[in-house]
Design a protein around this ligand. Structure first.
Ligand code: SF4
Length: 350
């Protein structure tokens, strides 16, 4: 299993113990959606059903970042339901978060980056992931539902970020993700070669995961033979500086061994309307909201009855086998369920 399909919660033993004892003081990882608005409308986007509306008011993300650092959050990712670089505060928030000791990352389509951003990103981000899901300018315009010019802009922007990384001797990991759908599958291999030539560190081909509210219909199931052949060809492109990952198909099943999601409190998502969620996938269910950062501080929300009610609702009322196959918490849930309910006997005979 590669790291993108795995988890790293085992490196946080104190937090695991605190969570099981009901006294976890802060999530480890917080994802912030500065805006729901997007300059693209990718065919497969899980968030199209939310309508791509709403944004943080000016200055509020900075206030939130200060608070998250103060309570002990370890990493923040700017991503979300829309394109994070469309928000006027995002670049400043990245710098602020880094200066306060947080690990910072961003997921972006990369089309709106400007000349003045590249050095800042190279200096402050641990990783960036370009969502780049096509293999030609026409294919890009179709899959991303945008103008074909953006294809060239993204390629130029990746080049400029790579140049800044090299010049500044930055450790930033530059990645690119490609959601594999029938509309782009024939381009996956050549796009991997293109990204290798551009100098990205990895190219990840991810399967499309169905979601109960997703409007996109997959017209054709991508065969196992296709995936196997792509994986074999991908391996040939791997080198010391480049990793071409075809994500595991094992995660395509929605069957769960667990009935409680013990990972919920470790990863938290704050949407563009200020609502705080643990489970990203059930944003349509208002009972999963822990609170709202436009109305209360994060600390107040974390200590609130409403937060506990939202966790109880997810754990007691949502049928886990009907969730999308590989939710953000899935591998952490698996690991923690096994810790709490060992499937092997005689664990004290270590
Ligand atoms: S298993 Fe279902 S309820 Fe639990 S975190 Fe994943 S999507 Fe949410």
């Amino acid at each position: 299993m590669n790291l993108l399909d795995g988890h790293k919660i085992n490196y946080h033993t104190k937090e695991i113990s605190d969570m099981f004892e009901g006294r976890l003081e802060a999530p480890i990882y917080v994802e912030i959606s500065p805006t729901g608005i997007c300059n693209h409308k990718c065919l497969f986007c899980h968030y199209n059903y939310l309508g791509h509306e709403g944004k943080f008011k000016k200055g509020k993300i900075l206030e939130l970042v200060r608070e998250l650092a103060e309570i002990g959050v370890k990493s923040v990712v700017f991503a979300g339901n829309g394109e994070p670089t469309l928000h006027v505060d995002t670049i400043e928030a990245i710098q602020l978060a880094k200066s306060l000791g947080l690990d910072v990352a961003m997921s972006t389509n990369g089309a709106l980056l400007k000349e003045e951003h590249f050095d800042i990103l190279a200096k402050n981000l641990t990783w960036i992931r370009f969502s780049f899901n096509a293999g030609s300018e026409e294919n890009y315009a179709h899959v991303h539902q945008t103008k074909s010019d953006d294809w060239h802009k993204v390629i130029e922007n990746i080049k400029k970020l790579k140049e800044a990384k090299t010049r500044l001797k930055s450790d930033i990991t530059i990645g690119s993700q490609f959601v594999l759908i029938p509309e782009n599958k024939e381009y996956a291999l050549e796009h991997g070669q293109r990204l290798k030539d551009l100098g990205v560190d990895y190219f990840s081909v991810k399967h499309f995961y169905d979601h109960s509210h997703n409007e996109f219909e997959v017209k054709e199931v991508i065969s196992e033979e296709f995936i196997e052949s792509l994986s074999k060809e991908a391996e040939k492109l791997n080198s010391d500086n480049f990793n071409f990952l075809v994500r595991s198909t094992k995660n395509l099943s929605s069957k769960r061994v667990y009935t409680k999601c013990y990972g919920l409190e470790f990863i938290v998502f704050i949407d563009e309307n200020g609502d705080v969620y643990s489970c990203f996938s059930h944003q349509y269910d208002k009972k999963t909201i822990m609170g709202n950062v436009f109305q209360n501080s994060f600390k107040e929300i974390w200590a609130s009855v409403k937060k506990q009610e939202s966790l109880n609702h997810i754990n007691d009322c949502i049928e886990k086998n009907s969730c999308q196959p590989n939710c953000r918490h899935h591998q952490i849930n698996n690991y923690l369920w096994e810790l709490k309910n060992p499937s092997i006997e005689h664990v004290n005979f270590i």
